[in-house]
Write a protein that binds this ligand. Structure first.
Ligand code: CA
Ligand code: CA
Length: 190
């Protein structure tokens, strides 16, 4: 590798690093209209009631997913926000369903069994043998989960996708591979 090429490589690589740093954090403008609650970013739509399928599509339209609550900490943070912001009477769709296999609630987010549940008493009961979509409802002023008829009308809570973990070593490796394919064309465009 000639000195000039080596110098260009350094310049190009210097341009790669800031890129990997920027996408590892959500900037404020980047996350609107999502709001930070606990460790995640949510879009809470209390303007329009919709069935579960519409809620899924609504969130996809914002490049997000119908919310999947994955831990007690997330449940507590979201419940506290909803309760203290005037939503205690409302019902919300969650991103899990047992449509594919009755009784096995799967996360829409990763296609795996959902990690966490806070069922209200006697749930899930698959009432009328027709309750396949997960929803959040208040029981004695505390939010719990329930299996619900997917065509019922509730509000949507969307969850912003977590940024993929970036890896500076991967960036370097990818860059080096691209560079080696174009050693005769020493510029950053390739
Ligand atoms: Ca069911
Ligand atoms: Ca039920």
């Amino acid at each position: 590798m000639g000195l000039t090429q080596y110098f260009i490589l350094i310049l190009c690589f210097a341009g790669v690093l800031p890129q990997s740093i920027n996408i590892s954090n959500h900037g404020e403008n980047e996350t609107q209209p999502f709001i930070e609650i606990g460790s995640k970013y949510y879009l809470i739509n209390t303007a329009t009631n919709m069935n579960w399928f519409s809620a899924v599509l609504y969130c996809r339209n914002y490049d997000s997913d119908l919310v999947v609550i994955e831990s007690e900490a997330e449940m507590n943070a979201l419940s506290f926000y909803l309760t203290t912001n005037g939503h205690i009477e409302r019902h919300f769709w969650l991103g899990a369903t047992d449509l594919a296999d009755e009784g096995k609630f799967m996360s829409l987010k990763d296609g795996r069994p959902m990690l966490y549940a806070k069922w209200s008493g006697g749930q899930p009961d698959n009432a009328g043998q027709n309750e396949d979509c997960l929803h959040l409802w208040p029981v004695n002023n505390i939010f719990h989960m329930n299996d619900e008829n997917c065509m019922a009308q509730h509000y949507a809570i969307c969850e912003l996708r977590q940024p993929k973990k970036t890896c500076d070593v991967c960036d370097l490796k990818n860059f080096m591979e691209r560079y080696m394919q174009h050693t005769n064309v020493p510029n950053c465009r390739n």
